[in-house]
Design a protein around this ligand. Structure first.
Ligand code: FE2
Length: 269
């Protein structure tokens, strides 16, 4: 069983209350919901490590497991000052929200009562949670904590993105980075990334279908069996992939993604 983090949940909620004065703050309420879902998933990952053949040794590392859950809770705390100052969640048009989350946690003393090692691991994971590629020199422990947060974050982003892909929600255009909505178009380079087992760069995305390919390629990066299982059981990836056009040139990349999804599904059984 995970530790009791209810005092930290309250601390987070009290912190978010400080942003109630921000006009048009509905997006911030969604960030509170996202945060709690990410933390819930991080706790599930930590609780299921014993059943994960490749990861079970981490179950014995209470420091790393604790740091992972705390990092999941605070990973997006910088979104609140980001939105207050810039009225956007687009890092490219404002600030790196992971860096701002790290600074907010550190300056606010959110983890001041934790052991320095727990605090250091959690802060490192928060700082790195949105990196396209992680630094190679991370310790296995720091990498573990960071990966719990990244897996948990991705799982909830799948849910959020499916909502935007499938519905004409407000801000859809901004969330999808203003890519073109052409049902039959995709970028060959993004499909090549899928075949090469790489996750495309956001800068290469030009069409909504590129987003579908990118989200599909995220399956390659999910480290924990519990995340792959939750994704397979959610049915979200089927929705993402079903929107891709039925074009022979796209078939190899689609086949690769459906094979990955099948692997996730089998792991869940
Ligand atoms: Fe984030």
């Amino acid at each position: 069983m995970s530790a009791d983090f209810s005092a930290y949940r309250r601390l987070f909620l009290d912190y978010t209350e400080g942003f109630r004065h921000v006009p048009d703050s509905a997006p911030l309420r969604l960030k509170v919901e996202h945060t709690f879902r990410v933390m819930e998933h991080a706790e599930l990952v930590v609780d299921s490590l014993a059943d994960d053949a490749r990861e079970k040794q981490w179950r014995q590392n209470a420091t790393a497991c604790r740091a992972a859950c705390l990092a999941a809770l605070f990973h997006d705390c910088g979104r609140f000052p980001q939105f207050e100052r810039y009225r956007t969640f687009m890092d490219a048009k404002s600030v790196n929200h992971a860096l701002l989350s790290f600074q907010t946690m550190r300056d606010g003393g959110f983890l001041s009562e934790e052991e320095p090692h727990v605090r250091g691991l959690a802060q490192c994971a928060v700082l790195l949670h949105n990196r396209h590629i992680l630094p190679g020199m991370l310790s296995p422990e720091a990498r573990f904590v960071t990966d719990v947060v990244r897996d948990s974050d991705k799982l909830d982003i799948f849910r959020i993105m499916v909502g935007y892909l499938e519905n004409a929600l407000p801000e859809r255009d901004a969330v999808l980075l203003h890519v073109k909505d052409e049902p039959d178009a995709w970028t060959p380079r993004v499909a090549e990334d899928v075949l090469a087992g790489r996750v495309a760069s956001y800068g290469d995305l030009r069409f909504v279908n590129d987003f579908r390919l990118l989200l599909g390629a995220w399956m390659l990066e999910l480290r924990f069996a519990a995340t792959r299982k939750a994704l397979a059981e959610s049915g979200l990836m089927e929705v993402v992939l079903a929107g891709l056009p039925d074009e022979p040139l796209l078939r190899p990349a689609k086949d690769r993604l459906y094979a990955l999804l099948d692997k996730c599904r089998k792991e869940g059984r």
